[in-house]
Design a protein around this ligand. Structure first.
Ligand SMILES: Cc1cc2nc3c(=O)[nH]c(=O)nc-3n(C[C@H](O)[C@H](O)[C@H](O)COP(=O)(O)O)c2cc1C
Length: 210
């Protein structure tokens, strides 16, 4: 199947059947998220993979009681940095130097530019910027799952503060921003499964400037 066939096949599953997704597939889906591009390469987020059924049960009531939370195989919680700190920025720049094995003046100047800008900003503004980066990885995971023939439901319908509490995220300087149950669609129970995909036309989406 071509990628576009798979993207047409995927949809936001409204019911999942509890079937387990293999760890190999989950690993490849997470790897796609890890490889996603981010602003300045900072990857300012973490991904919590919830396999524990009791934790899923605790998250469901604070997620509009959406059944996919408990009927999925793995629940991914995308949690962004609560702010940008010098330590966090330096860690990623140091990693780049370590992996590439050299220091580059331009890169070091860029580091100083970020250090003199980001940590001083309002934490909420920084979190919002970090959350945008998390969404890029989230999107990569959705596409990778479709590629694997695995269903997902992107979920913003939840109480982030409650999920943060259940997972102890604030103590780690993280705030949840979006959830992704991964599993298999329940074709009997899902009202959406056979309905056509609705998207605006390319003409309405795209303006070409020649
Ligand atoms: C960021 C985001 C948050 C969403 N939150 C929810 C949600 O809480 N519950 C739900 O059932 N669907 C949710 N959706 C699914 C969208 O409604 C769905 O992706 C959209 O209608 C397009 O349909 P499709 O994904 O089935 O092609 C969300 C989608 C995105 C991208």
């Amino acid at each position: 199947m071509e990628l576009l066939d798979k993207l047409n096949w995927r949809y936001a599953a409204k019911a999942m059947n509890g079937e387990n997704v293999s760890e190999e597939k989950i690993d490849r889906i997470i790897e796609a998220a890890r490889l996603a591009p981010t602003s300045s390469g900072l990857q300012p987020f973490e991904i919590i993979v919830v396999k524990n059924q009791a934790i899923k049960e605790a998250i469901r009531p604070v997620s509009w009681n959406q059944s996919m939370i408990t009927d999925c195989s793995h629940l991914l919680v995308f949690a962004a940095w609560d702010t940008y700190t010098e330590e966090r920025i330096n860690k990623m720049f140091d990693l780049t130097n370590e992996v590439r094995g050299f220091k580059n003046e331009g890169w070091e100047n860029y580091r100083q530019m970020l250090l003199s800008n980001y940590p001083q900003k309002d934490a909420e503004e920084n979190f919002n910027h970090a959350a945008k980066q998390a969404y890029i990885a989230f999107s990569a995971a959705i596409i990778a799952a479709a590629f694997e023939g695995v269903d997902t439901t992107p979920i913003e319908g939840f109480d982030p503060a409650a999920v943060d509490k259940i997972l102890g995220l604030r103590e780690k300087g993280l705030k949840s921003c979006v959830l992704l149950p991964i599993g298999y669609r329940d074709t009997e129970k899902d009202w959406l499964v056979n309905l056509p995909k609705v998207r605006k036309s390319t003409e309405d989406l795209v303006t070409v400037v020649e």
